[in-house]
Every structure is written in C-alpha cells, then in structure tokens.
Design a binder for this molecule. Sequence first.
Ligand code: SF4
Length: 330
Amino acid sequence: MALLSVKNLCAYYQTELYGISRTVRAVDGVSLELLRNEIYGVAGESSCGKTTLIKVISGNIKPPLKVNSGSVDYQFESYAVDMLHVSKDELRRNVRWKEISYVMQGSMSVLNPVRKVIKTFEDIVDTHDPITDKKKFLEQVTAHVNLLGLPTEVLNSYPHQLSGGMRQRVAIALATLFQPSLIIADEPTTALDVVVQRGVLQMIKDIQAMSGNTVLLVTHDMAVHANVADRVMIMYAGRIAEEAPTASIFNASLHPYTQHLIRSLPMIGERSNKAGLKGTPPNLANPPSGCRFHTRCPDVMEVCRTEVPDLVPVKERHRVACHLIQETSL
Ligand code: SF4
C-alpha cells in the first residue's frame, strides 16, 4: 500500500482586494501516490504549484490557501491520517517531525540564530516527547549526528559559526531525528555551491537507503533529480504533465514540456545555444483553456486549445497528459 495517496486535489488561493476577488488555481486536479522506500522528485518551473502541493501534503493549509476538493491520505506503519481533516493537536503531537518532516531551502529558517544547535534539537524533541533524561538525550542526539557524518562539535556551535553546507546538513539531521516515514525536501540545495550540493544530496540518499523512508524531493534542477530520484513528476501550471521512473523521464519522455526540460540541460562538450521556450508560464488566476501548455507547445493541435488532456498510463508507472499520447492498457 502507498504511504501517501493524493486524489484529484484542487488547492486554490482565494484573495479579495478592493472588492475584487481572485482565485489562483495553484494545484488543479493532482492525483499521485508516494510509495514506501523511494525518492520521488517533483520538478517544474517557478509558480507551477510545487510549493502549494507540499504545503497541502504537509498539512500547512492557511488562508488564502484553501483546498476546494480532493483527498490527501497517509497510511503510516501503525495508523492512517486524513491530512485534510486531522486536528491541529494531532498534527503537532504525532504527525509533524515524527511521521512527516521538512527540510527547507534556508537552514537558518529552522535553526535559531541566537541558540546553540543542541538547543534547537532540545526544543524540537521537548515539544513531542518531554525530555526527562538529559544525559540520554545528549547521547542519542550525538549518536544521530555522528551516524550522519557530522562532528559532535556542531552541536555546541551557533548557526553563524557553521558554513552554509554544514547548516543544511544539521537541518537534515534535525529532520531525520525521529526517523519519519516521509521527508519533504524543498529545494534543499538551491543556495549551495556545486561541491557542497553534492555532499548534501549524498547525505539525503544515504539516509534514505539506511532508514528506508520516503523522500519527496522538490527542485527545479533536473540534474539533481537525475542523480537522486527514483521517480520524477513534472508539473506545469498546477497540473501533472508527466510522471515516470527517472530513467524514462531522461531517456524516453513523451510530453513536449518534459522533452524541452531535458533538451535544455547542459551537456559536456556541447557548444550549441539552447533554444528557450517561447512565452511565459500562464497566469494561474486565468489559466489557458484546454491543455495549459498549449500557448507554448511546439506540437500544439486544435484539440489542445479546448480539451484538457487526461493523465493516462502509457507504461508501467509512466503517466502522461498530452493529446499526442494514447492510453495503453497495462
Ligand atoms: Fe502540446 Fe497539445 Fe500535448 Fe498540450 S496536449 S502538450 S498542447 S501537444
């Protein structure tokens, strides 16, 4: 059984300014499953709905964001959670950090700049399981950071005394302390240089291999997905364009948008200029009719302007939403 099952999720931002109401359809009809023990990548350009999707998946739904329809269900080891109806108290006590943890782009958002790193560990653990034996707590945290290849000294440092890469590793250590079933990593390497980025990605891979949990990795960087993800989902304008095992996305993608993303990756030794996509991502307050990619698609047909393509299976674990592609019975 899947760890997470999202069905026909529609999550919109509803705003009202000077008497004018506006609905931004950030996530519009998304269905997906996260399996146990996999790294699932989510890719797509800015404003395609990636961040809104993880907000809903992690239960961080605050106005003006509203879930209009759909379901988000978890099946953890010993209990199930309906994320759209779970109480705030249950979310805080048993779900966040223990079952679902979050690694965000800026580690400073997690670490308290005026407290030593160990104090942040203490604060988080205390919220969930009040610390009664300080010595045992220290031993457990030290063993955990050492297991992840971090020196014990980081615990006694202030965040500003650590490099950006080391801070991000500490943030990952924090997120994995309770061995959660799902780790959501939102652009975890964006602010880091390439060498440090590699170390952080390796750390995420090692943790996943060691603990067998599921990682939801959100990044616009396709090279990161190529290195780390087992499956990749490509999002465009609030909808899934294509989802497939990583090798299929890179070697046998079927959606014109995915093909463009792959073609735009720099290749060693290649000197030709890369052609960009014409136009800009659509305004999700007033998205195009039919296929949302039709205003930029090089293969656009008449039907694309009026009819929304269904997301259909074409091969084992490979789904595509494009009128060019026929559904295959598996
Ligand atoms: Fe292009 Fe049409 Fe396919 Fe959309 S449905 S990606 S516009 S060919």
